[in-house]
Design a protein around this ligand. Sequence first.
Ligand code: ATP
Length: 340
Amino acid sequence: MSAVPSPVSPVSPVSPSGPAPASLGPAVSVRGLTKRFGPRVVVNGFSLDVARGEIHGFLGPNGSGKTTTLRMLCGLLHPDGGQGTCLGHDIVKDSWAIKRQVGYMTQRFSLYEDLTIRENLEFVARLHALPDRRQRVAQALDRLGLAGRRTQLAGTLSGGWKQRLALAACILHNPKLLLLDEPTAGVDPKARREFWNEIHQLAADGMTVLVSTHYMDEAERCHRIAYMAYGHLLAQGTVDEVVAASGLSTWHVEGAGATLNRLALALEGRPGVAMVAPFGATLHVSGPDGPALDQAVFQYQDQPGLAWRRDHPTLEDAFIHLMARAPDSGQGPQGKGGVS
Ligand SMILES: Nc1ncnc2c1ncn2[C@@H]1O[C@H](COP(=O)(O)OP(=O)(O)OP(=O)(O)O)[C@@H](O)[C@H]1O
């Protein structure tokens, strides 16, 4: 497992071929997962279900516990509390069985920069003791569009190509579950799009993917998402369900920059207004109580130079609102309040 996997026993290749059968049970099902580092509880009673073949997004501010959770799911960290299964195996007792069937892509590129692409993949294939190494490596090179660069040193690749190489290393042993920890951080939009097209292709072939991200557009490409803050799961469902569950009412206002700035200052903190956020030439004004929000904005709606329209809240609106209501908001363990 992982881009540079731990040495494990030989893995029999699973041959993903189309959607995963539901009869196998969920890919991930955990209840009450808890992890402490010293006195700090960084994952607190976390529960999650991920269906087989699903692309499940995992979002939350920096330090909210996403990586820690991923590491508990694949057996790299021992939970201090909670229970559950990953690919049908007990996450506490059967961590080795899980490791063999999981591909874990860490946040940092962890392959060898002074080896070529092909050498890196051959090394990983050896660690997995794959029987048909040459063929597996050739297939992975082709699948990820890396064949033309196979002799290039990994250290000379751009961020997007490095991520492709890391993904190729993760899928070399045909894992049933991919855990991807912010796989596209710092990667340009075209490379991100191509990476996500590949993730969708892998899911269509039967692989389950749990992927952490800070990008809203990536969250919207997931079948379902979970949002975590300060170690707590705050929301889970499809993007539409998470947005609807936020219970927010939202107005979008268009106008000139200076006018919008003045409006934002006037609305900030008014009763009924929970959030005022500029998005380019549009201001998003939201609150959990529709009538109170309407009352707050009423006096500005005839102001010249402003075009108001009631609209659905965006996913980002919903996340900011969730963060504001999070149990430890403003005094989280890291003292960080940034929203992904
Ligand atoms: N081995 C460790 N020892 C002590 N504290 C740790 C350890 N690993 C993580 N933490 C702390 O646990 C908290 C959760 O970290 P984690 O990396 O799981 O968050 P995250 O949601 O993945 O953050 P990011 O989005 O920045 O990657 C952080 O405050 C982090 O500093």
